[in-house]
Design a protein around this ligand. Structure first.
Ligand code: ADP
Length: 627
């Protein structure tokens, strides 16, 4: 019998497979089962048009492992192959033009090509030293056997096979140093591989299992019994129609698949046809996984191509800000053998990702509107991610995400920005916010006094990222954000402004003196427009607030502590301390300098900022008390 040579391309691919150091060799089984399933699909379609009487229920894939002979056999009753087809399909890499052999470096190429995806039939050579294919095409009288031990070529000869279909016999390699090939002959491994990769193949995957059973009529005599087991569950939950699936089933699937104790907050089950055809089943978890806000967390959805898993976590399907979503996408538009690099540039995949993003956002909006309690739970777990989504994109994702934002506010509880704006007073210019480490602290801030007095609502910013986020947003529907510590609060009318200006001018000399004495610590000492009863507070001018300074200085890195807010020490003109300062200024300027320092330190304390010299501060205070 003549040994035929593989085509050059096929030979190279084969070489790679045989010498593969790839760790996911196990995908060979998925590839062979998918081929079998395709062959049965083909026969099924043929039988529909030709009325052969064959139905889907006649079709199955059988698996047999023989430990002693070291063979793993996969048999299908699909369309089979003629001699020419065996020659053309297995002697050449069929249509797999997708494999562009372009790089020079074989080693990296190896990994890249096999990647997560495998390359069809030849992947059998990752685990087998010899592959035999016996096939009989449907409607043909003859059967043929194709055999190969790898790169040296293959043979084709006549064979005996009773019925149509294909049988693939793999002679499994011997165990090597670091490779355990034996396991591919064990029922346990085979079962788990099928559950992992081929659970949703539409045809039953059958394997005989030996069980011990009590011999009838005896009490302790056992006999062996062969039971045929179906290893796959066939219909994936997402392929069923929505009204066939109960919430329990949805949640059960989620808990099993993602090892989560808590039921998800909601699920999104969509089927889309058109520019991108896919089915998706996604879940919004109730809690963030423990590693969610760390670098270890990997976002992504499982990607299936017609029920066959091709990638466990496809990150490109989810934007970072929706990285908490778990689930899967099944699309007929994607080829099984697409490589990871190609997938990244796949137009279809991009369309799917865009469309998924919309579904997720709609689901969240719906939840926000219809089930506020649930949405607040969601926001507690993942709100930070939404805020980061806006901040990290420098506001580019603002339009997309701003409606999803919520903040606690002086109105009580969480509010959306839309709700805040709907409650704004006619003359109110800004969306006010105040920052602090806790709501109790924020509520006690002197800076909030005037704003509250006007009856304006204040957003409470307790997350570090909050202020950075709204700074990136600049405004919401035209309403600008304004910190209660900002230099211009826009609270006074013209007459009030005039009066403040006048008092400030009258006391300019003293304020300048205090500013000078405080030196680097402050940019200026000013008359406060926001205090009513409290004596002093610190505010800031410019982009960087005192709160932001705190966050930045707590961050690691050599620039930590470099960013400083331009601080203003504000003094309340209607507080007795102001009158005291004024009188001292005419009699004892040194005392005014001392007082300025103490007032400044007190304002720092109110802000929760560290003070440079607590001992000096306490001593000074005691000196005054003792006077
Ligand atoms: P692909 O499946 O991507 O086309 P493969 O290398 O896996 O590439 O298979 C090459 C071809 O061999 C298939 O397209 C199919 O025509 C044929 N083939 C493989 N396995 C079978 C089978 N079990 N039954 C019938 N034809 C098969």
């Amino acid at each position: 019998m003549r040994t035929k040579q593989f085509k050059a391309e096929s030979k190279r691919l084969l070489e790679m497979m045989i010498n593969s150091i790839y760790t996911h060799k196990e995908i060979f089984l998925r590839e062979l089962i998918s081929n079998a399933s395709d062959a049965m699909d083909k026969l099924y379609f043929k039988s529909m048009s030709e009325n052969t009487g064959i139905t889907r229920s006649d079709m199955a894939i059988r698996i047999e492992a023989d430990k002693d002979a070291r063979t793993l056999t996969i048999t299908d009753n699909g369309i089979g192959m003629t001699k020419e087809e065996l020659e053309n399909n297995l002697g050449t890499i069929a249509k797999s033009g997708s494999l562009a052999f372009k790089t020079e470096n074989e080693k990296t190429e190896d990994v890249n090509i096999i990647g997560q995806f495998g390359v069809g039939f030849y992947s059998a050579f990752m685990v087998a030293k010899k592959v035999t294919v016996i096939s009989k095409a449907y409607g043909s009288e003859e059967a043929f056997m194709w055999q190969s031990e790898g790169v040296d070529g293959y043979t084709i000869e006549e064979a005996n096979k009773a019925s149509y279909g294909t049988q693939i016999i793999l002679e499994i390699k011997d165990n090597a140093d670091e490779e355990n090939y034996d396991e591919f002959l064990t029922p346990f491994k085979i079962k788990s591989l099928i559950r992992k990769y081929s659970d949703y193949i539409r045809y039953p995957i059958l394997m005989d299992a030996e069980h011990e059973k009590l011999k009838e009529g005896t009490e302790n005599e056992y006999e062996k019994e062969i039971v045929t087991e179906t290893l796959n569950s066939m219909t994936p939950i997402w392929k069923k129609s929505k009204n066939e699936i109960t919430d329990e089933e949805y949640n059960g699937f989620y808990k099993d698949k993602y090892y989560d104790y808590d039921a998800p907050l909601s699920h999104i089950h969509t089927r889309t046809e058109g520019t991108a055809t896919y089915t998706a089943l996604m879940y919004i978890p109730a809690k963030a996984p423990y590693d969610y806000y760390s670098k270890n967390y990997e976002k992504g959805l499982t990607l299936y191509s017609s029920g066959v898993m091709i990638m466990e976590k496809c990150a490109d399907l989810l934007p970072d800000y929706f990285g908490f979503v778990r689930g899967l996408v099944d699309s007929e538009d994607l080829s099984l053998n697409i490589s990871r690099e190609m997938l990244q540039h796949d137009r279809q995949l991009k369309l799917i990702a865009k469309s998924l993003e919309k579904s997720i956002k709609n689901e969240l909006k719906k939840m926000q509107k219809n089930d506020r309690e649930k949405y607040e739970k969601f926001f507690d777990a993942f709100g930070m991610q939404i805020k980061y989504g806006i901040y990290e994109s420098f506001g580019a994702n603002k339009e997309n995400l701003q409606e999803l934002l919520m903040f606690k506010s002086s109105f009580g509880g969480y509010t959306t920005l839309e709700e805040y704006v709907s409650r704004m007073k006619d003359e109110q210019k800004y969306i006010y916010f105040a920052s602090g480490s806790s709501i109790a602290r924020i509520e006690a801030l002197p800076q909030t006094e005037m704003v509250k007095d006007k009856g304006y609502e204040i957003l409470y910013f307790t997350d570090h990222v909050d202020e950075f986020t709204v700074q990136m947003m600049h405004d919401f529907n035209g309403k600008e954000f304004r910190s209660v510590s900002a230099d211009d609060l826009g609270l006074e009318n013209d007459a009030e402004k005039e009066e403040i200006k006048k008092t400030e001018e009258d006391n300019k000399e003293m304020f300048d003196f205090m500013t000078e004495k405080l030196g680097e610590k402050v940019k200026a000492v000013k008359l406060s427009q926001r205090l009513k009863t409290h004596p002093v507070c610190i505010t800031s001018e410019g982009m960087l607030s005192v709160e932001m300074e705190k966050v930045l200085s707590a961050m690691p890195g050599e620039n930590a502590g470099m960013a400083k807010a331009q601080k203003i020490l504000e003094i309340n003109a209607s507080h007795p301390i102001f009158a005291k300062l004024k009188s001292l200024y005419t009699t004892d300027k040194d005392a005014v300098a001392e007082y300025a320092d103490i007032l400044y330190t007190q304002a720092l304390l109110i802000e929760g900022m560290p003070i440079e010299n607590p001992v000096e501060f306490t001593n000074k205070l005691c000196e005054i008390m003792a006077k």
